[in-house]
Ligand binder design. Structure first.
Ligand code: FAD
Ligand code: DHB
Length: 392
């Protein structure tokens, strides 16, 4: 089996890359370990930056998102019992965000890729990368039927997320450096059948810990609250969850609307970057190369930004024969990655309660929130980072 670009993973990074390459006239094959149904049912991120929305539209994947996504011109920072609006549209030169769930993005991309003739091997697990520093790298994988196969490629894109095999193929000695920060808390996420409690997302700071009120549709709401990462969802009845969310958002007449909870899960929070994002003919993109705490809503958007750089570098390589644009991939992508790392860490530090945090730290957080909601300069910094930098 042979292709120009072998892609491991049919998440946002792999699918977007495959379609952009297709539009540039470059062949790719995707190897994905899960079923299509499992991918389309996994609940993850929900906020698309302006650039991600523009990219989806530009590549012909934006039709349903435009119809069903919710454009938000601002969001609320809630602390000391009151909400303060960050007006994204005004502060970030008309740039805004769209709330459209990651699994809906994936449904649209898979349908588009299959309609445009893509070769996607679902339930096929990549087991090893061979000869990545030669000009004929290979992906070893096991098909759905248990057959061992090899995919010969010109290039390999490791888009296999935080727990894939690609990153491990960049040798740790001399070449690879991993930067890590693990947070002492996780997020408890729920989906509930209820009407929205507000027109825009609410990021809430509270003595009991952070809470986030987001949405999915007029009758399905997405909410999160900071929890112990070793907590079990079984310890949390619906009543206990609602009491916690109510306690963290109470004040100034705010009414959190409740309803039956039909999905619960806990995610750990960590900041991680692997440098460089390339080795030989292997290029890492998305969570395979980095992960951010979700407070800045950057994970999916960074994956899209990485593959935007990679697809254009590959296209330029095939058009000119030069390897220079590919040589710049890691440096170009990492600039945005580190900016997003800083923003995600900042939002996380400003809004969460740390176990070892003192009264001083709490007062300092409140002073910082006061600053970003009253100083136009500080609010502009938050707004520009939240809507994201334009794609490079
Ligand atoms: P992924 O979406 O992880 O896709 C990788 C794909 O590779 C998967 O489909 C996987 O099955 C496949 N794969 C892995 N190993 C192999 C193998 N050996 N062979 C073949 N295929 C393989 N971000 C936010 O901004 N907000 C959120 O609320 C949020 N919630 C999250 C909740 C969870 C539980 C997780 C894990 C992540 C969350 N994120 C969130 C992050 C965001 O979803 C990711 O940043 C985004 O999915 C990255 O896309 P990706 O394509 O790089 O990786
Ligand atoms: C959602 C997730 C986030 O991480 C975030 O910062 C905002 C919204 C969501 O799932 O809706």
């Amino acid at each position: 089996m042979r292709t120009q670009v072998g892609i491991i993973g049919a998440g946002p990074a792999g699918l977007l890359l495959s379609h952009m390459l297709h539009l540039f006239g470059i062949d790719s094959v995707i190897i994905e370990s899960r079923t299509r149904e499992a991918i389309e049912a996994t609940i993850r991120a929900g906020v698309l930056e302006q650039s991600t929305v523009d990219l989806m539209t530009e590549i012909g994947a934006g039709e349903r998102m435009e119809r069903e996504g919710f454009v938000h011109h601002g969001f609320e920072l809630r602390f000391a019992g009151r909400s303060h609006r960050i007006n994204l549209h005004d502060l970030a030169n008309g740039r805004v965000i769209t709330v459209y769930a990651q699994h809906e993005v994936l449904k649209d991309l898979i349908a588009l890729r299959l309609r445009t003739g893509a070769e996607i091997h679902f339930e096929a697990r990549a087991t090893g990368l061979v000869d990545i520093t030669s000009d004929r790298p290979k992906i070893r994988f096991i098909t759905k039927n248990g057959e061992a196969r090899e995919l010969d490629c010109d290039f390999i894109a490791g888009c296999d997320g935080g727990y894939g095999i690609s990153r491990g193929s960049v040798p740790e000695s001399h070449v690879r450096k991993d930067y890590f920060r693990v947070y002492p808390f996780g997020w408890f996420g729920i989906l509930a059948k209820a009407p929205p409690s507000a027109d825009e997302l609410i990021y809430a700071h509270h003595d009991r810990g952070f809470a986030l009120i987001s949405t999915r549709s007029p009758d399905v709401q997405r909410m999160y609250f900071q929890c112990d990462p070793s907590e079990s969802v079984d310890n949390w009845s619906d009543d206990r969850i609602w009491n916690e969310l109510q306690a963290r958002t109470v004040g100034n007449g705010f009414q959190l609307k409740q309803g039956p909870i039909f999905q619960k899960g806990i995610i750990p929070l960590r900041s991680f970057v692997c440098e460089p994002m390339q080795h030989g003919r292997l290029f890492l993109a998305g969570d395979a190369a980095h992960s951010v705490p979700p407070t800045g809503a950057k994970g999916l958007n960074l994956a899209a930004a990485d593959v935007h750089v990679l697809a254009r570098a590959l296209s330029s390589h095939y058009a000119t024969g030069s390897t220079d644009p590919l040589g710049d991939y890691s440096r170009t992508a990492l600039r945005r990655v580190w900016r997003a790392q800083h923003f995600s860490w900042w939002m996380t530090s400003m809004l969460h309660r740390f176990h070892d945090g003192s009264e001083f730290d709490l007062r300092r957080q409140l002073a910082e929130l006061d600053l970003v909601t009253t100083s136009r300069a500080a609010a502009t910094t938050i707004a520009e980072s939240y809507v994201g930098m334009p794609l490079t």
